[in-house]
Design a protein. Structure first.
Length: 138
């Protein structure tokens, strides 16, 4: 399927093509995602890096330490500050994790799992029918 998306102000626009069965939308409850997303979890859709294309604008890239030896890259709009995507150093040439809320019509990209559930807020309900991992690798 063909998907389009943009930052909040529309200065950055992108497209990607992926079969919904090959994409992986997940919630992340780690401290880093909570801080960056400004809420109690991050929600991203993992897609092949080769399918992602910027069609308008130029995102800024912020690099940060995401644990011992783990560099995390986040792309965002310089004008509105809206996040677009993220990827770790190891995934850099292979995958992009597109911020779900920036996808114009995310039909078929329902969540498949959750990571870092040990940091999940107690009041947040469990999502049925998806995987739940206490850490990233389990």
């Amino acid at each position: 399927m063909h998907y389009t998306g943009s930052c909040y102000c529309g200065a950055i626009k992108y497209t990607f093509d992926v079969l919904p069965s090959e994409a992986r939308t997940t919630l992340c409850h780690c401290h880093n995602c909570k801080k960056f997303f400004g809420t109690n979890y991050g929600l991203t859709t993992k897609i092949p890096a080769s399918s992602y294309k910027i069609i308008e604008g130029e995102p800024k890239i912020h690099e940060a330490d995401n644990g011992p030896g783990r560099l995390l890259h986040r792309e965002f709009c310089e004008i509105c500050g809206g996040g677009i995507l993220e990827y770790g150093e190891q995934a850099k040439g292979h995958f992009r994790y597109v911020m779900y809320g920036t996808i114009d019509n995310p039909e078929g990209l329902d969540p498949k799992g959750e990571f870092f559930c040990r940091y999940k807020e107690e009041w947040m309900p469990e999502i049925k029918g998806i995987f739940h991992k206490q850490e990233l690798k389990q």
